[in-house]
Design a protein around this ligand. Structure first.
Ligand code: UDP
Ligand code: MG
Length: 323
């Protein structure tokens, strides 16, 4: 890797996670290849087939050699975060760019990213501009999510930045060193640091079909993000627990004093029932939160590989290496 980036011709690898994208994948790869060919003589594309149930893998395997595409096929659907993880593992470029398979990420942005890279940035992420056309659920949900994530944390996760980004080799190598199985890529990009910058973009409409991220999947992803990057829920549990204990203690003293000095025996049946239910509810909630963290620890200590690759096949020979 030359130090003077403005003069160098870096090898650019584009990684494309794909799940049931048979109708979009060919044109996506072609568009990316056309763009890359104008930018550097050294480039390749890695498509990670995330256990598609359609013909995606067959199509990618059969792509012509000039598209310089490697297929990495998972044994089943592991999820986009894992497909990206595998992409970072298999990409050989000095620069790695992650793009969706559905054509929503415009290849035209690559040259702009490359310019920033030449100016010395190690990570260039695309920031979505048109959030207003998304549903209220997505918009408010993501707002709440970023609020929670950044509460008292050292890292800031850029808002509205997704996986569409350019990474220099040092960033890729840093990400590859993170061993966790509960992968929340957006948090991990921010966690590794390095000189980063965002550039605005407007996602294109999906070229075919609908988003595979249902509300439930988005909530799950947000929850993985929060529990693997933040201990706020645990702190909240301690804070609420502490406050309730203090209130209970004060109330206890009051009851004793009342009994001693006023000799009143209080007919407090409703109070007892109400507070009993309230406190057991709070306890169950926080035991649940503890359970979530324990589940993640359990996942990590099992030490399973995060994904399983069933097949790697390159449609072209002699992948250039200039490292
Ligand atoms: N994807 C994947 N595994 C999955 C779901 C999605 O690799 O389990 C890929 C998908 O093929 C696409 C990208 O991740 O390339 C983004 O998915 P999608 O377009 O469904 O989501 P959205 O654009 O709404 O974020
Ligand atoms: Mg999409």
């Amino acid at each position: 890797m030359t130090t003077d980036r403005s003069q160098s011709n870096p090898h650019i690898s584009v990684i494309v996670p794909a799940f049931n994208e048979s109708s979009a994948i060919t044109s996506t790869v072609e568009n990316i290849a056309n763009q890359l060919a104008t930018l550097s003589p050294h480039w390749d594309i890695v498509v990670i087939d995330d256990g598609s149930r359609d013909k995606t893998a067959d199509i990618v395997r059969g792509l012509p050699a000039y598209l310089r595409t490697t297929l990495v096929r998972f044994s089943r659907n592991f999820g986009k975060e894992y497909a990206i993880t595998a992409g970072l593992e298999y990409a050989s470029g000095d620069i790695v760019i992650c793009m969706d398979a559905d054509g929503q990420h415009s290849p035209a942005l690559i040259s702009e990213m490359l310019e920033k890279w030449r100016a010395g940035y190690d990570m260039v992420y695309a920031v979505r501009q048109n959030r207003h056309i998304e549903s209220g659920f997505k918009r408010w949900g993501s707002k709440l999510f970023y609020e929670i994530m950044t509460l008292g944390e050292r890292i800031t996760i850029p808002r509205d930045a997704g996986d569409f980004r350019l990474m220099n080799r040092n960033v890729v190598n840093a990400l590859r060193k993170l061993p966790e199985r509960n992968r929340f890529m957006k948090g991990m990009y921010a966690w590794v640091g390095y000189k980063s910058i965002g550039i605005p973009y407007t996602p294109l409409p999906r070229s075919h079909g609908v988003s595979t991220f249902s509300r439930l999947k988005l909530i799950q992803l947000a929850w993985t993000g929060i529990t693997s990057f933040s201990v706020i829920p645990l702190r909240l549990a301690s804070a609420v627990g502490g406050l309730l204990a203090l209130l209970a203690f004060i109330y206890g003293i009051w009851v004793i004093l009342e009994k001693m000095f006023f000799h009143e025996s209080i007919p407090g049946w409703p109070t007892v029932v109400a507070s009993l239910m309230f406190f057991s509810g709070v306890q169950l909630l926080f035991i649940g939160i503890l359970g979530e963290y324990i589940a993640r620890i359990y996942d990590e200590v099992k030490g399973r590989p995060p994904y399983i690759v069933a097949e790697v096949s390159a449609s072209y020979q002699g992948k250039e290496s200039q490292l």
